[in-house]
Write a protein that binds this ligand. Structure first.
Ligand code: BJW
Length: 329
C-alpha cells in the first residue's frame, strides 16, 4: 500500500475559498511524483477545522480501497495547525519540563486495537468486562485467552512513528517524563528510557494466589502459553497477568512518580479517551499546577474542552510533524 500525505502549504494556505482548486493542483502534483503512476483513490481525512465531506468536488474521487497499491491518503490540515505545532515545538526546544501521558491510540498504528474504539471488542466481550479481578476469578481461561491473544498480537507488531519520536525525546530531553497507560511494551521496544508504566505490563505475570515463595510480579515473554491459565512454578496455582485491573490500586511508587511529574511546564495527553481514573486526572492536575496542556487525538474526548490546545490528528502524524520542526528549525 502506498500512502502519501499532502500538506497544505506551510505556513499559509493561499486561498482558503478555493480548496477544490487546491485539491486538484495537489492531485496533479502527486500524480507527477516518481513511482506514482496514477491517483486511483483518495482518502480525504480532515484533521482540523473544515468539515469536508461527500460534497467535495474532486475529480476522480473514489471511495478509498486500502488494498489498492496506488491508494493515496491526503491529510487536510488547517492553516492554524502549523502555528499551533510551533507552540509545542518552541517549548520542547526551550527545554521545558515536559510530561507525556499516552494511551491505546498511540499503538493503534502498530495494529493494536484500542479499548473503546473499533476492533476493541474481542469475541463479543467488552474489555471492561474482562479486565477485572472478578472476571479472572470467574473465567480465568477466557481472560487468559484474551491476554494470550494480545501478547501474540503485540509480539507480531512493530513500534510506529509515534513510539519512535517519544523514545527519541526521552533520550534527548533530560526533563521529560513519559507515563503510559499501555501495557504492550511498545514504548520500550522503540528505545524509550524510564517509561512509567501506570497500568503494569502484558509481559509480566504474578501468582494469583499471592504465594509467599514468588515475587509480586516477574517478567515472562512466553508466546503463546502451553496451558491457560499458566501456572506458578512456586505453588502450582494459576498465574495472573501483571497488569492493573479495574478496582485494583495503582502501584504506590508509580502513583507518586506520576503525581510528581504533573509539576511540569508542558503536559501532552496523547491517544487516550481520558475515561479511566486515576490516569485521566493527571492532565487536570498538571493544569492546576500551571502546566500548558495539549491533547493529541484524532477525535474529541472528555478533556478536549479543558486543555489549552488540541492538536486534532493521529499521534503518529502529529508527533512526526512536531519532530520534523524540532529538528529542522
Ligand atoms: C488515537 C489514534 C491514533 C485512536 N493516534 N490517538 C474516579 C472517577 C470515576 C471512576 C473512578 C475514579 N477513580 C477510580 C475509578 C474506578 C476505575 C475507573 O476509572 N472507572 C472508569 C471507567 C469510570 N478505575 C480503577 O479501577 C483504577 N483503580 C483505582 O482507581 O484504584 C483505586 C483503589 C484504591 C484503593 C483500593 C482499590 C482501588 C484502575 C484502572 C485500571 C485500568 N486498567 C485497564 C486495563 C489494563 C490491563 C489491560 O490492558 O488489559 O487499562 S482498562 C483500559 O483503559 C486500560 C487502558 O490503559 C485504560 C485507558 O484506555 P485508553 O488508553 O484511554 O484507551 P481508549 O480505547 O479508551 O482510548 C483510545 C483513544 O485513542 C481514543 O480517544 C481514540 O480517539 C484515540 N486514538 N487512534 C492517537 N492513531
Amino acid at each position: 500500500m502506498l500512502t502519501m500525505r499532502a500538506w497544505l502549504p506551510d505556513p499559509e494556505f493561499p486561498d482558503r475559498s478555493d480548496i477544490t482548486g487546491f485539491y486538484r493542483d495537489t492531485l496533479t502534483r502527486v500524480d507527477r511524483l516518481p513511482g506514482v503512476e496514477a491517483v486511483a483513490a483518495v482518502n480525504v481525512r480532515p484533521c482540523l477545522g473544515w468539515g469536508l465531506g461527500a460534497d467535495w468536488d474532486v475529480e476522480g474521487w473514489a471511495p478509498p480501497d486500502p488494498d489498492d497499491p496506488t491508494f493515496l491518503e491526503l491529510r487536510i490540515i488547517s492553516p492554524s495547525y502549523f502555528s499551533e505545532l510551533a507552540i509545542v515545538v518552541d517549548r520542547l526546544r526551550a527545554g521545558a519540563r515536559t510530561t507525556i501521558l499516552t494511551g491505546a491510540g498511540v499503538s493503534a498504528a502498530s495494529g493494536m486495537p484500542t479499548f473503546r474504539g473499533p476492533g476493541g471488542l474481542w469475541k463479543r466481550h467488552r474489555p471492561e468486562a474482562l479486565a477485572t479481578p472478578e472476571a479472572f476469578a470467574k473465567v480465568p481461561v477466557l481472560v487468559w485467552e484474551w491476554y494470550d491473544w494480545r501478547r501474540q498480537l503485540v509480539a507480531a507488531c512493530k513500534p510506529n512513528r509515534a513510539h519512535g519520536v517519544l523514545a527519541a525525546w526521552t533520550r534527548r530531553y533530560r526533563d521529560l517524563r513519559l507515563i503510559t497507560q499501555n501495557v504492550d511494551g511498545l514504548h520500550e521496544r522503540a528505545g524509550a528510557d524510564g517509561v512509567i508504566r501506570f497500568h503494569g505490563s502484558l509481559w509480566e505475570v504474578g501468582c494469583w494466589g499471592g504465594c509467599a515463595a514468588a515475587p509480586t510480579r516477574w517478567p515472562d515473554h512466553t508466546v503463546p502459553f502451553a496451558t491457560r491459565p499458566p501456572t506458578c512454578s512456586h505453588c502450582g496455582g494459576p498465574l495472573r497477568p501483571g497488569v492493573v485491573w479495574f478496582g485494583e490500586g495503582i502501584d504506590p511508587a508509580v502513583l507518586a512518580q506520576s503525581d510528581d511529574a504533573t509539576s511540569c511546564d508542558l503536559f501532552l495527553t496523547i491517544g487516550t479517551s481520558s475515561l479511566v481514573y486515576p490516569a485521566a486526572g493527571l492532565v487536570q492536575q498538571a493544569r492546576h499546577r500551571g502546566a500548558f496542556t495539549v491533547e493529541i487525538n484524532p477525535d474529541a474526548t472528555v478533556v478536549s474542552d479543558h486543555v489549552d490546545l488540541v492538536l486534532r490528528g493521529t499521534a503518529e502524524a502529529v508527533l512526526d510533524a512536531i519532530e520534523h520542526r524540532v529538528e529542522h528549525r
